[in-house]
Write a protein of this length. Structure first.
Length: 200
C-alpha cells in the first residue's frame, strides 16, 4: 500500500487541541502519566507558539486546508553541546500519534528539521530521545543519528540520601578489587598483565 503524501507546516493556535493530545501521548510514553497536567501543557505550547526563537511544527496530510496533525516536533537553535560552540538545530518533543505511525510522519518531521538547519546554514541536527524508547532510538539511529552524550537525571532527595550514605561508610567496608588473571587458550595459563595490587 502506498504511503499517503505528507507535509510539515508551522503549528498555529488552531492546532492547540491536537498539540495537547500529542503532548499527552508523549508524556504517557515517557513518564507513564506523571508530570505536567493538561493546563501546564497548554501554557507551554501557547508559549512555544508565541516565541519566535522556537519553531513548533506539525505533520499533516498533503492537500488543501490546514489538515489534522499526525505528529509534531519543536525545533530550536542552540550549541550542539555545552562545551562546543557549534550551532545546531535541536529537535525535541517529537511525537507521532499512535494511529498515524509507520506512514512516514516521523521521517517528514526529521526532513523538516534538516531543511530548517539548511536554511540557517547549520550543519548539525540534535534530537532528544528518551533512553527507554527503544523504537524511537532505533528509528533515529537508522537515519544516521549517533549518541552525542548520555544525560542522566536524579531527584535531589535521592542524591542527598546516597551522598550521605557514602560519607558514613566506614573505611574497612571499602573493598579493594583484585583483577583475576585472564587465561587464553594457547598461553599455557600465563596471566595477562599484573593484578591491581601488583601495580600499586
Amino acid at each position: 500500500m502506498a504511503r499517503p503524501s505528507l507535509r510539515v507546516r508551522p503549528a498555529t493556535a488552531d492546532d492547540l487541541p491536537a498539540l495537547l493530545a500529542l503532548g499527552e501521548e508523549l508524556r504517557d510514553q515517557l513518564l507513564a502519566g506523571r508530570g505536567t497536567g493538561r493546563s501546564g501543557l497548554e501554557a507551554r505550547y501557547a508559549e512555544a507558539l508565541a516565541d519566535p526563537d522556537r519553531h513548533l511544527v506539525v505533520v499533516v496530510d498533503a492537500g488543501p486546508g490546514p489538515g489534522e496533525p499526525h505528529g509534531m516536533a519543536l525545533l530550536t537553535m542552540a550549541p550542539a553541546n555545552a562545551l562546543l560552540d557549534l550551532p545546531a538545530v535541536h529537535m525535541s518533543h517529537a511525537v507521532v500519534s499512535d494511529r498515524h505511525r509507520r506512514r512516514g510522519a516521523g521521517r517528514a518531521l526529521v526532513a523538516a528539521a534538516a531543511a530548517y538547519a539548511e536554511e540557517r546554514g547549520v550543519e548539525q541536527v540534535v534530537v532528544s530521545v528518551h533512553p527507554g524508547s527503544r523504537e524511537a532510538n532505533r528509528f533515529f539511529a537508522r537515519l544516521g543519528f549517533a549518541p552525542l552524550a548520555v544525560r542522566r537525571v536524579a531527584p535531589v532527595a535521592v542524591l542527598r540520601r546516597r551522598l550521605a550514605a557514602g560519607e558514613r561508610a566506614p573505611a574497612e567496608h571499602v573493598v579493594r578489587l583484585r583483577r583475576r588473571p585472564v587465561r587464553v587458550r594457547g598461553t599455557r595459563g600465563l596471566p595477562l598483565g599484573p593484578s591491581l595490587e601488583e601495580e600499586a
